[in-house]
Design a protein around this ligand. Sequence first.
Ligand SMILES: [Zn+2]
Length: 59
Amino acid sequence: MNNNYYCIQCHKLHLRIYSVEENVLKSGFHFVDSNLYSVGICNKLEENQKSHLLIPSEE
Ligand SMILES: [Zn+2]
């Protein structure tokens, strides 16, 4: 097992640190180099990126 997830914002793997900004989906998965990772969103965008990539906040 690993704690990495595939970030659909950055399009790369992140180490999951269980911060409040992270939103790792329970039902989304993505293959990277034949390994299956959970799909998530790190929500750590630069301010200039937020202007054109808005993610609705859902509980
Ligand atoms: Zn990311």
